[in-house]
Design a binder for this molecule. Structure first.
Ligand code: PGA
Length: 248
């Protein structure tokens, strides 16, 4: 065992309303969750305070995005300071949907991560290749480029969790096999050793994301370099409890 604490994030994306969120929070509150696993719920910003008040304090709450400065004339944006003010302790940054749909660049995402960390939030820093990139044999190159951008802005990795999410596996039902995921996680570990430090390589948690379900979580969780999951669709369902408990 690596000594890294397992960490499972739920990413609700732009889903839920007060009624359904109250139901999911009840399921999570009543469940027996593995105490050796960190659990974080990425909630739509407008419901963060609502979810925070319903969840036990052992479960962290995350924004799904935040801007790179504390305040100002940025219509429609929210800041890490605001996330903290309503009880969030984490933020998910660089999700592939932010990259692809909202055209966020590696640089902007890294600046957001730098500012969120400076404000005291923990960051789930997402990376991952598209199907086209994978088929062209460019997976390692792409994730290395994304990691490089983060590394230019992040000095202290203590409050960072990296989420490796192959874009072709997100929301498609096409999970990476445990071996495919492990291969990239091992490459990332190697990259960290060569470009950051052995210490960070040993301690930084790397989640896998992309069509994780209760059915495949246990096998994925056995891989030595997979330290948790970032879960989309299945995080809205009771099976999320089984995913959290994949190592139990
Ligand atoms: P999925 O989403 O589990 O629905 O594939 C994962 C994610 O986008 O984080």
């Amino acid at each position: 065992m690596s000594g890294r604490k397992f960490c499972v994030g739920g990413n609700w994306k732009m889903n839920g309303d007060q009624k359904s969120i109250a139901e999911i929070c009840k399921v999570l509150s009543d469940a027996q969750l593995d105490p050796n696993t960190d659990v974080v719920i990425g909630c739509p910003a407008i419901y963060l305070m609502f979810a925070r008040n319903l969840l036990p304090c052992s479960i962290g709450v995350a924004g799904q995005n935040a801007y790179k400065v504390a305040k100002g004339a940025f219509t429609g944006e929210i800041s890490p300071a605001m996330l903290k003010d309503v009880g969030a302790d984490w933020v998910i940054l660089g999700h592939s949907e932010r990259r692809a749909i909202f055209k966020e660049s590696d640089e902007l995402i890294a600046e957001k991560a730098e500012h969120a960390l400076a404000e005291g939030l923990k960051v789930i820093a997402c990376i991952g290749e598209t199907l086209e990139e994978r088929e062209a044999g460019r997976t390692n190159e792409v994730v290395a480029r994304q990691m490089c951008a983060y590394a230019k802005k992040i000095r202290d990795w203590t409050n960072v969790v990296v989420a490796y999410e192959p874009v072709w596996a997100i929301g498609t039902g096409k999970t990476a096999t445990p071996d495919q995921a492990q291969e990239v996680h091992a490459f990332l570990r190697q990259w960290l050793t060569e470009n950051i430090s052995k210490e960070v390589s040993n301690t930084l948690r790397i989640q896998y994301g992309g069509s994780v379900t209760a059915a495949n979580a246990k096998e994925l969780a056995k891989k030595p370099d997979i330290d948790g999951f970032l879960v989309g669709g299945a995080s809205l369902k009771p099976e999320f409890v089984d995913i959290v408990n994949a190592r139990k």
